[in-house]
Design a protein around this ligand. Structure first.
Ligand SMILES: [Fe+2]
Ligand SMILES: [Fe+2]
Length: 368
């Protein structure tokens, strides 16, 4: 078997050190998602919209399971989502829901990581176990926060969540090293996303900002492990830059399979400030510097070529980022198609398919 992209066995002790450090840091900031929920609103009368306590008395002849079923169905009928009374702005809600639909990929992500790391070094498999136990709280916290604060349509969200989990997620990564590079980018991108959304929603909902910052702390530790594991490999063998470049160039977030992903990201970039500009300045730029891609000394011609490609990719992203920043400042008027796409998406998100608009051949905007 080719050793290219495989874990360098000489780095076993280094990886063990990184894992030990991770466990120490994680233990210092150990937390439970319950601490970040507004539980005071559920004490007493259970006033959360759309939820009723399960009756303890009632039809004595009805089996307990049927009572539960009847109650659930009753709450479903009562729950009529009204976007006008939703506490969060539509854009912030969309960003949090998008984060949730990314976090729910965890079972598939664990499968991917486990499959690429197993057979390499036990310390990497151990890390995946620890990582999974930490990630496990993330979707719980986001989902429960949205539920308790009466944000979004619970049933629509459930449908979306089920659809995403059922759809699964595959990165196509083949080797442990590609996986380390991919997860370095993904963890950093997730961390930046949470921090930027937290900043954007601070005034609107400080408790939500706190939730997002808490999640970002976990992502920071995950990022640090993978980033340093990759760095250790590049130091031992700079020719691995070829693999770093190919993984960087093909990078896509785990959430890309969710419905309307592209549209979601466009709206988030415009309103919640996480888009190509932030991806470049806060993710790619940081990793290019940390891994010192520019000054690596690969000896294989293919690796030197890849190094050049990575630097060109970096420059290209920089130009895209600058353009996006300029467009934001000039507040570009969206095209009619962009406005209609956003309008139709809002309507669909609100569970109200009637009211969709389209552009007729004569240029009129018509109801569909
Ligand atoms: Fe996460
Ligand atoms: Fe993470």
């Amino acid at each position: 078997m080719s050793t290219y992209g495989q874990v360098d066995q000489r780095l076993e002790n280094k990886l063990k050190d990184l894992y030990r450090l991770h466990k120490e840091r994680a233990a210092k900031i150990d937390w439970s998602y319950h601490s970040f929920l507004p539980l005071e609103i559920v004490s007493g009368k259970f006033p959360v919209r759309g939820i009723k306590p399960i009756p303890t008395t009632g039809d004595e002849n009805m089996p307990r399971e049927d009572l539960f079923e009847r109650d659930i169905m009753a709450s479903r009928v009562k729950l009529k989502y009204d976007p006008a009374t939703q506490p969060l702005s539509w854009e912030t809600y969309l960003a949090v829901e998008t984060a949730l639909l990314t976090e729910v990929n965890l079972p598939w992500f664990t499968t991917e990581l486990y499959n690429t790391f197993k057979g390499s070094l036990q310390v990497l498999v151990d890390f995946v176990h620890t990582w999974t136990s930490e990630e496990d709280q993330h979707s719980d916290l986001l989902e429960t926060y949205l539920l308790l604060t009466g944000n979004g349509d619970v049933w629509e969200r459930r449908k979306l969540r089920k659809q995403v989990v059922e759809g699964g997620f595959e990165t196509g990564l083949k080797t442990p090293l590609e996986t380390m590079v991919y997860t370095s980018i993904q963890e950093r991108a997730t961390m930046v996303f949470y921090l930027n959304v937290a900043q954007a929603c601070e005034a609107e909902d400080p408790a939500l900002a706190r939730v997002l910052r808490r999640l970002a702390r976990d992502e920071t530790l995950h990022y640090t492990f993978y980033r340093d594991a990759t760095k250790a490999h590049l130091e031992v063998n700079p020719n691995l830059v070829e693999l770093v470049t190919s993984t960087m160039l093909q990078f896509e977030m785990p959430g890309r399979g969710m419905p309307d992903y592209k549209l979601r990201m466009e709206i988030i970039a415009k309103n919640v400030h996480y888009g190509p500009a932030e991806y470049y300045t806060q993710v790619v730029e940081e990793l290019m510097k940390y891994w010192d891609i520019k000054n690596l000394q690969p000896t294989y011609p293919e690796a030197r070529e890849a190094q050049l490609k990575a630097l060109q990719h970096h420059d290209r992203l920089g130009r895209i980022a600058q353009r996006q920043m300029r467009e934001r400042q000039r507040s570009i008027t969206p095209s009619v198609d962009e406005m209609l796409d956003e309008h139709n998406f809002r309507i669909k998100q609100a569970g109200n398919p009637a009211g969709q608009l389209a552009l007729a051949p004569n240029g009129d905007i018509v109801a569909t």
